[in-house]
Design a binder for this molecule. Structure first.
Ligand SMILES: [Zn+2]
Ligand SMILES: [Zn+2]
Length: 366
């Protein structure tokens, strides 16, 4: 019988690993650091693919200090996939084994608080309190801009072996799109307006279609709109102005039944209510620096529902099924790939939105 208190390693694990280290706001360097060791209910995963998120860019700039990261040096990254190479103590009896392919999501709740027990572990009452088991990878805990990462099995989703790691790396952002759509309760045939054409916007578009929307109009800019148009989206270029008026015209004065805000700008925040029709549902995942006044009288008298959205609770397995069964598309939105050590170049491409950059993927150890 094997010892439950031991870490079980596959033979391939190295003692040190390549990682992108954030040593201070704006300061990134590639370094060799010690490979982390999994604890109880945790596994060590060899990261095969990891994707840049807009939140990473803000964390690097220092916009979220002192919340994220809590200390320097830090390793960011929370959209990723990989192969399990070690099981922590007491983890052998779980559904996960060495060699499994997994997709990661950023939140692991404590599992015991009121939020966690009602499935809302993204709102864990013990957020940031390590000793309770809570983790948010790439935010308050080590992330995946590295060859290896330790994750609690609660934040992992098993992938079919034939699914490419690139698709697994999209599970977290697709999940954010799906949760945004679910928070707004899209009904069959609804007209949905998506504000923002970044990674969460394009996956909100894909998921709204998959969940039965009749018409999905994406408001965005640049080459990203060409990519969306090729996928069948109706698009509105916000740079040409008059967004609410255009939505009003396109819907013959009815406006949208559902508005999904993913851009996080002051203007787009205001457009949520301006593009919404009577009885509309609005879900908001972006947070602008300056919160504008909303048309609150219309919100009240037209019975609009407004929902906040945080991450992607319980969406991982659903997303894998949607991808595996071709209900949503991921590949058209993968625009760039780099070795992890070229992180800075990848970062700059994403920030400049070169060639409509959407999913910019990184490959550790290549
Ligand atoms: Zn993200
Ligand atoms: Zn909790």
């Amino acid at each position: 019988m094997s010892d439950l208190n031991q870490v079980h390693y596959s033979e391939k694990v190295k003692e040190s690993m390549e990682a992108v280290i954030l040593s201070a706001p704006g300061e990134l360097l590639v370094k060799e650091v010690a490979t982390p060791v999994p604890g109880p209910s945790e596994v060590l995963v060899h990261v095969k693919c990891t994707t840049i998120c807009g939140t990473d860019i803000e964390i690097i700039k220092g916009s979220h200090l002192p919340r994220w990261p809590r200390k320097f040096p830090a390793i960011l990254g929370h959209e990723w996939s990989g192969e399990i190479v070690a099981l922590g103590p007491m983890t052998e009896a779980s559904n996960f084994k060495i060699g499994d392919h997994v997709a990661g999501t950023s939140h692991a709740g404590c599992g015991a608080c009121r939020s966690c027990l009602t499935g809302r572990y993204n709102l864990c009452l013990n957020y940031g309190n390590d000793s309770t088991g809570h983790r948010q990878y790439g935010h308050v805990s080590q992330g995946t801009y590295a060859e290896y990462v330790v994750n609690n099995i609660r934040s992992l989703h098993k992938m079919p072996e034939e699914l490419p790691f690139e698709f697994g790396s999209a599970v977290d952002p697709v999940g954010c799109g799906l949760w945004t759509v679910k928070r707004a309760s899209v009904n069959p045939g609804d007209t949905v307006v998506v504000l923002g054409s970044g990674p969460i916007g394009v996956f909100a578009y894909e998921c709204a279609k998959a969940l039965g929307a009749g018409r999905v109009i994406v408001v965005g800019g640049g080459k990203r709109l060409d990519i969306l148009r090729e996928q069948g989206a109706e698009v509105v270029n916000y740079r040409e102005g008059k967004v609410p008026e255009k939505i009003n015209d396109l819907t013959r004065g009815e406006k949208a039944q559902v508005v999904l805000e993913t851009a996080g700008t002051t203007e787009s925040f205001k457009w949520t209510v301006d593009c919404a029709g009577k009885g509309a549902r609005i879900a908001i995942t972006g947070i602008p620096d300056n919160i504008p006044d909303l048309a609150w009288k219309r919100v009240v008298l037209e019975e609009m529902d407004i929902a906040g959205v945080r991450a992607n609770p319980n969406c991982g397995d659903e997303v894998i099924s949607l991808i595996e069964n071709n209900r949503i598309q991921v590949r058209p939105y993968i625009t760039h790939s780099f070795p992890l050590r070229e992180y800075q170049r990848a970062h700059d491409v994403f920030v400049a939105r070169e060639d409509g950059a959407l999913l910019v993927n990184l490959y550790p150890g290549t």
